[in-house]
Design a protein around this ligand. Structure first.
Ligand code: GTP
Ligand code: MG
Length: 316
């Protein structure tokens, strides 16, 4: 596919040639911003191009001049407010820039029994620690789509960290979702729950399992991706609105297109690839060891680390 040319001046707009650009400039419409605020009819009258073409040109001008008004000071302040939840492993925390970040979606994909759910449990415990102890002093909303939430496992992790297990369980709200509709609705209706319970972490384990089993066959892929898109945007909105962290687990498939190296690829396609802020790939090594690779991050270089999953939980 040909790469679209960046729109920088009037002549770059579709349908606007030298002559119509000159007419526009003569009428005082000299910048893309000025075109962006015209109606297609106005643009058509001034430039002489037809209304249909004018519609496209206005849309392109709008797209090229999209502005997000935010001062650098406010961006910086938001960054300072970002919270981080320790994974339990210093190595893994460092790999991802200090822990699982709020205002973002962190995805871990890998084969069965690789440790994705275990990390989810550990984060649900660690989110409850105080801020100076690697937590956010908040509760967790755990959306369990596979029926694999195990309170006794969470309790042993809490004990392993020296935190009262009974108290930890009180602060994890589990929703068992058996359909994508319930999964989506849980996120859609989470506002009140989040506010009332000071939820600082949402776990979706697994994000894709129900989407995969409900939408089978090529014909339904479009619908699946559309629903998935809505769902992940909803999660991102919650992350932004409440400055909370979102941790999702994901399944894998073998990509036959990869001839050399590891063919393991996360499912969910481009929609998820774009939505996940940080992507990690976890795989089994010897005994308790797991290799975690940072595949995608907005600010950290790619890399790998080794973690351990023991009775006490996730550690170096
Ligand atoms: P799927 O959901 O099947 O895709 O896998 P997953 O990646 O979520 O796997 P999960 O996180 O459930 O990891 C399961 C593995 O964690 C087990 O095979 C064990 O190796 C380890 N594990 C789970 N519980 C314990 C425990 O109590 N003690 C120890 N030492 N290891 C445990
Ligand atoms: Mg699991």
């Amino acid at each position: 596919m040909a790469k679209e040319k960046a729109v920088r001046e009037l002549e770059d707009l579709p349908g606007i040639g030298e002559t119509s650009a000159e007419k526009l400039r003569n009428a005082g419409i000299s910048t893309l911003e000025k075109v962006a605020v015209l109606s297609p009819h106005e643009l058509s009258e001034i430039s002489g191009i037809n209304v249909e073409a004018a519609k496209k040109a206005v849309a392109a001008a709008k797209a090229a001049t999209h502005i997000e008004y935010e001062t650098a000071a406010s961006v910086s302040k938001k960054r300072e407010e970002l919270g981080k939840i320790t994974t339990g492993s210093k190595g893994l925390d460092e790999l991802i820039g200090g822990g699982v970040e709020t205002n973002a979606i962190t995805e871990v994909y890998g084969k069965f029994a690789s440790g994705k759910t275990q990390i989810g449990f550990q984060l649900a415990v660690n989110a409850q620690r105080q801020k100076n102890k690697g937590g956010l002093g908040g509760s967790c909303l755990f959306i369990d789509t596979e029926g694999t939430f195990r309170p006794e496992r969470v309790m042993s992790m809490a004990e392993g960290s020296g935190i009262d297990p009974a108290e930890v369980l009180e602060k994890i709200i589990v929703v068992r979702a058996q359909t994508t509709d319930k999964q989506i609705l849980t996120a859609e209706r989470a506002d009140k729950l989040i506010e009332e319970n000071n939820i600082k972490l949402i776990v979706v384990d697994s994000l894709m399992a129900l989407f995969r089993s409900e939408f089978i066959g090529r014909g339904s892929l479009g619908e699946r991706q559309q629903k998935l898109n809505m769902h992940v945007h909803q999660l991102q909105k919650l992350a932004d609105r409440y400055n909370l962290a979102v941790y999702v687990t994901n399944q894998v498939m073998d990509n036959p297109g990869i001839l050399f190296g590891d063919p393991t690829t996360p499912v969910g396609g481009n929609i998820l690839a774009h939505a996940a802020t940080t992507r990690l790939y976890i795989r089994k090594s010897k005994e308790e060891k797991r290799i975690v690779r940072l595949v995608d991050s907005p600010s950290m270089p790619d890399g790998e680390c080794i973690i351990k999953i023991t009775t006490k939980g996730v550690s170096d």
